[in-house]
Design a protein around this ligand. Sequence first.
Ligand SMILES: Cc1cc2nc3c(=O)[nH]c(=O)nc-3n(C[C@H](O)[C@H](O)[C@H](O)COP(=O)(O)O)c2cc1C
Length: 330
Amino acid sequence: MNKKKVSKNMDGFVLGDIKIFPPVCSAPMAGYSNQATRVLYSKFSCPLNVTEMVSAKALIKKNKRTWDYISKSEQESLLWVQLFGGDPLELQEAVQLVQKEINISAIDLNLGCPVKKISKNLAGAQLMKSPEQVYKIIVSMTDGASVPITVKMRSGIDNEKNQALEIALACEEAGASLITIHPRSKEQKFTGSANWEIIKQLKEVLTIPLIGNGDVFTLRDYIEMVESTSCDGVMIGRGALGNPWIFQEIYNYHMKSVKFEKKAFAKIALEYFELELRYSKYVKNEYLRVRKSIHHYFKNSSNYFEIKENLQSASSNDELIKKLKGFILE
Ligand SMILES: Cc1cc2nc3c(=O)[nH]c(=O)nc-3n(C[C@H](O)[C@H](O)[C@H](O)COP(=O)(O)O)c2cc1C
């Protein structure tokens, strides 16, 4: 297992100006991603949850049930609302209503739903037929949006043509902040397996963050997806049904890895020393006291004794700060 690739993602992925850590979220799932499920996943350290897809038209018509699907509980972590629709102006209006009414972190456009009821109105995965229309929709949704606008897509309409790259680039150019790819075609629905190779191909080209999705059922699958595709984050749907522990396992996995990184220790140690300087009454020679104890922050490092000796040799506050900053930059 190549640990380096996973640690590249240690800090989480960026959604607008929010850092999502660990780099994982729950998937939108009609009939499942309600408030109760989202609160439960949050308790198991899932940092971000997507609502099930809701109709832009129904939101505008003030359909109570639709608004209930996306209302946010105090107890849930960050919320990402997913909309479906095909009309650029309608979607723009829905974005503006939702961002005004609910404390959300982002709004997603559904380009993945394969069901007929949605496709017949040129929405969901059917929109992948027309990159021009997708472009127009994203331009319209981002116009006046105060939260990031994102897209969740499939690999294309049928198995013959991989349209992922064309659509993803159109979305990026139109102003989307992040893309999630479930690499199965519309025709495939949920059969066969997700083609993670497509995630890798997109990651090589896109500049905005890319979330991989599809067939992650265990911590090992999660690690494998990150390693084999270099995606910025992972979205989990069926793997979390009845199994919220998967988010906790991922969180624990990351915390354990962070725990053994000298860089991470140094960040906390520096923060601690800066707090000492802020609150201490004897600031001038604070290093004299702190240099005797600050090594405790590094006690899980493999080269602990070397670090301890190094820090104890600091001869001023500035030098202690310089040493800690040096560890962070190493
Ligand atoms: C019952 C069910 C409902 C779903 N509802 C949505 C939805 O509302 N919006 C969406 O973008 N994808 C929806 N999906 C697709 C999932 O978000 C996800 O892309 C897919 O299940 C693959 O991920 P997984 O292997 O982690 O489950 C749904 C999937 C299932 C099985």
